[in-house]
Design a protein around this ligand. Structure first.
Ligand SMILES: [Zn+2]
Ligand SMILES: [Zn+2]
Length: 244
């Protein structure tokens, strides 16, 4: 099944995202943008994934719970999971490796936890947009162990990317997919890193960017099987095996 996707969307939980990134706004804008599947990827947390998933339950939109983990080397890695339990296990691991810094909402922005009615149910106090003490390699292997997939984020960018910060893409059999930002030339990167599945997502921090990359994937489904987060994650995890 050919799907339109955007696997890197921030909500109001990310201090750098606009307050308009509420669960209902994100889901509605994704539907308006004709997306079939999105991933919630807030900095170092999946705290709003449940609300976004609940809003989408009555629609055809698939919501993948995830987070954008920042490694010890200040590399951003989008970690995607087939279900909320797995994402929450990753969050537990990430939270135990966050620095003991408190967010300063007035300076850095709010970190709002919301419910499916877009009500603010809390504010995350630990500063989320900061490097954890987890190495890049361990982010990748932990996401894999939990049944998810780690995708090095915006590898075309001059900062917070695996290539800018390590100088190379370290060989790792658990790396199947790479992500480029909305500003990159898809064909160029797809050709340069042809052994990987190249994803391009919006990294939206505001509503207007959701779905802007207009990229598609072809997800294999069995007869009578419906599109699901699990089917997408299975496809991403098995990508290179399929090509070997
Ligand atoms: Zn990032
Ligand atoms: Zn991001």
């Amino acid at each position: 099944m050919k799907i339109n996707y955007d696997f890197h969307i921030h909500t109001a939980l990310s201090p750098c995202a606009l307050d308009e990134m509420t669960p209902n706004n994100v889901v509605n804008m994704s539907i308006i943008s004709e997306l079939d599947a999105i991933a919630v990827a807030d900095h170092n947390s999946c705290g709003n994934a449940k609300a976004v998933m609940t809003v989408a339950e009555s629609t055809d939109l698939i919501v993948i719970p995830g987070m954008e983990v920042e490694s010890r080397e200040e590399i951003h890695v989008v970690c995607l999971f087939s279900d909320l339990d797995k994402a929450e296990s990753m969050q537990e691991f990430v939270y135990s490796n966050l620095p003991m810094l408190k967010n300063k909402p007035k300076v850095l922005g709010h970190q709002r936890l919301m419910d499916e009615e877009d009500e603010i149910v809390g504010e995350e106090e630990s500063l989320l947009s900061f490097a954890t003490s987890i190495t890049f390699e361990d982010v990748v292997s932990k996401a894999w162990e939990l049944g998810g997939i780690a995708v090095p984020a915006h590898i075309d960018r001059p900062s917070y990317s695996v290539i800018s910060n390590l100088g190379i893409l370290p060989p790792d059999e658990l790396l199947k997919c790479l992500e480029i930002s909305q500003y990159a030339e898809y064909e160029e990167f797809d050709k340069r890193y042809s052994e990987y599945l190249m994803l391009q997502s919006s990294d939206s921090h505001e509503l207007g960017f959701i779905g802007i990359c207009r990229q598609t994937l072809d997800i294999p489904l069995a007869v009578d099987e419906k599109l699901s987060a699990k089917a997408i994650i299975d496809y991403l995890r098995n990508y290179r095996m399929r090509n070997d």
